[in-house]
Structures are given as C-alpha cells and as structure tokens.
Design a protein around this ligand. Sequence first.
Ligand code: GDP
Length: 436
Amino acid sequence: HVDHGKTTLLDKIRKTQTAQKEAGGITQKIGAYEVEIQYKDQFKKLTFLDTPGHEAFSGMRSRGVQVTDIAILVVAADDGVKPQTVEAIRYIQSANVPIIVAINKIDKENADIENIKQQLTQYNLIPENWGGDTPMVPISAMKGTNVDNLLEMIVLVSEIQDLKANPNGTAQGTILEAHLDRAKGAVATLIVQNGTLRIGDILTAGTSMAKIRGMVNSFGDKVTECLPSSPVLIWGLSKLPLSGEHFETFEDEKQAKIALQKAQEASKENPTIINTISESYSLSNSSSKGGINLIVKTDIQGSAEAIINSINKIHQEKVQIKVLYAFPGEVTETDIDFADTSGATVLAFNTSLATGARKAARHLNVTVKEYDVIYDLLDDIERMIDAITGPEYDQKRLGEAIVQGVFPLAKSFVAGLKEIEGKITKDAYIEVIRNE
Ligand code: GDP
C-alpha cells in the first residue's frame, strides 16, 4: 500500500551494501536491485524486484507467469491492512509464492505490531510464534532496525524452499520491461531464471527475436554473461517484446526462427492474447498510436451502464478504448493503484474521491477527471483520442536508392547509397525495404 515504506526499505537495503557502487540511471530503468549479503560465512546474492510499480507484474498476473521466488509484503505498523494489501496478499497466495511480512515503521509511537498480526490472520497469514508458518519481521525501514534480520529471513526461506537454478545450458526467463532506446533500438530488461545468458546468444520472446549485442547489469556495468536470478538489460531485438513474456535462447538461428514462427502463428490465431489490460498498456507505451485505458466510477449503477454504452459507440479504428471496469462508488486508493499499474485514467462521474485517493493519485501521477455532465466526459475522451492520433501526414515520395554498403560510425551506422530515381534531400524521412 502506498506510503507503507516500500521505497524506503529498498533504499535502505541498497545502502547497507558494503562494496555497492552508486546506482546509475540504468538501475532506475531496470527496477531491480541486486544485493550481496553475508550469511554464515557465505555471500548470498538477492535480487529485488520492485512491485506493483513494475509494469511486468500486471502482465504476469493475467498469464500466471511467476518471476518471484519469495514475496515481501510491507505493512506499516501505524496504519494496518488496507485494500491494496489484501489485493497483494490474494495475488501472492494465488501465485503460491512464499511470503514474508515486513511490519514496518515500528519506530513510530502509535505502531501496533500485535494489531497487524491480528489483522493478517484474517487472510490466513499466521505468525510463526502463534503456531502459523508466515515469517513476520518487525522493522523500521527508516532507521534500519532489523533490516538485517529481514534479509536473513529471506535467505532462510530460500534454503527451506531449496530454491535452485542451473547455470548450465541455454538461458530462459521473463521479460520485465521493454522500450525503445535512441541509440540501441529495442531494448529489454529481463530476468534469467535458468541457464546462462551470453552476448551473441539468439533469443526469442513472443514474436520478437534478438542476437544479443550487449548487456548491462543492474549496477550499470557492461557484462558478457548473466547468471540465473540476475536482471539484465539487453539490446539487439528485432522489435519490442511484451512485459511478462517468457524468453528462451537457442544455439542456432534456425531453431529460433521456428520458435518465432510458432509464436507468430499463435498470435494470429489468438489475437486476444495481446489484448489483456497490461499488454495493451505496454503496447500503447511502445507505439505512438496506442490505446486508452479507463476506470470509471459513478454515483449509481445506471450511470455506469450509460457511460459504457456511450463509450462503445465512439469510433475506435484509430485508438482502442478499454474500460477496465465501471462501478458505482467513490474513487478509492485501490482504483488509483490499479490505474497506476494498468496505465489507466480514472473518470469520476457524479462521485467523489475517498480520503487518501487524491494524495495517492498525486503520488503515483495518476490522472483523475471529475464530471457531472456525461457529454463533458465523452468530449474529453474524444480529446484523448485526438491527443494520441495527432495530425495525419501524407507521404510524398522524393526518390529511391539502393544501399550499397553499411559502415559503423561511433554508436551508429552510415549507409552508402546509389540513387536510382528522383532525389534525396536533407531532413527527409526514409523507408527501408528489404526482401520486398
Ligand atoms: P512507499 O509508497 O511504500 O514506497 O513508501 P515510502 O518508502 O515512500 O514511505 C512513505 C513515508 O513513510 C515516507 O515519508 C517515509 O519517510 C516514511 N517511512 C518509511 N519507512 C518508515 C519507518 O520505518 N519509520 C517511519 N517513521 N517512517 C517511515
């Protein structure tokens, strides 16, 4: 739940690292942190993935992909179990992932650890000293109290679970995030879950393929290989893969192409696969003409239905509009959190925002729009469509040329062309046609 101290805890864990380098910009993009801790004369590496901020998680939720081995649920001892805490618990339990509860903010005067434990029992999370099997570690993320105990608990749980991966063999794992980089083209952050990933490997993720040209680890260092449980940023992809997509690597290109073809056929046969909330979100992020996700809250059920009916009448050839849900009631923090993970705009019709929802919206940068006239709401949706599609341009052909050679220059490439028709002018756009 917002403000329960997740970010503070992650920061604290990173800072307690002895030989830790100052985290570069890349770490921000990766949204994953690797830390090494000493445990009984041994060094243990832990990788933290930030969620629910991580877009990949909503994608995984819909497809049942599992990328975490252990979940840490942060609950503030001065606040208690909130709707989003419950949502997180349900998600973790449905994914069958072992859970450790970090009861945070115990330095606060009004912290009530026993009360939190009591509340959690309602969701089948029973502390060990009450006869249950859920480790609960009271901490202060801000002061660093007991954070070492929490880390040890993570190692202990991983030993009990006998979590192991095999570094031998070709790598496989999950795409966490993907975006277009100006210099590197399509790049993706992924987590290797088995095998070792190396530069030059041929990788497929859904209908995207790569011969890996470069890798950067979570410390921002260029690396040539990546072992299980490590997150890494790669480039050399033919197109953007989707968050939460499974990736595999192949020894030769032929095998990879067969896998790719299968994925392409599957996506044609079953286009709904790329129609889940999170995927349409990552698609809308990656293409200039994406979709619009909406969450609608209204005064009464009747107006929710009326709004959905009107939205369905809007032409959607250019932009796909998706109402994730429309319910009567106040806009709650859960709505805001959901809007955040799914990239949605919240439309509030004749209703108000619950306490904390406005603050959460500001904190997460979620847009909430309030209306009391349905036509204003519909007009606004039209404006959102215009904002995405923008003005349309006509194509005017200037000339045609054939690429005779390509030479690397600094971080980019230069092409030598032979002009066969018309002319080529500075600042003109080009379209490259290969194999027809
Ligand atoms: P997040 O939204 O879950 O990432 O929460 P933040 O890490 O941003 O923390 C929210 C607020 O709680 C911030 O003002 C933190 O300084 C404060 N906070 C976090 N951990 C603690 C703690 O252990 N003790 C106290 N007193 N405040 C904390």
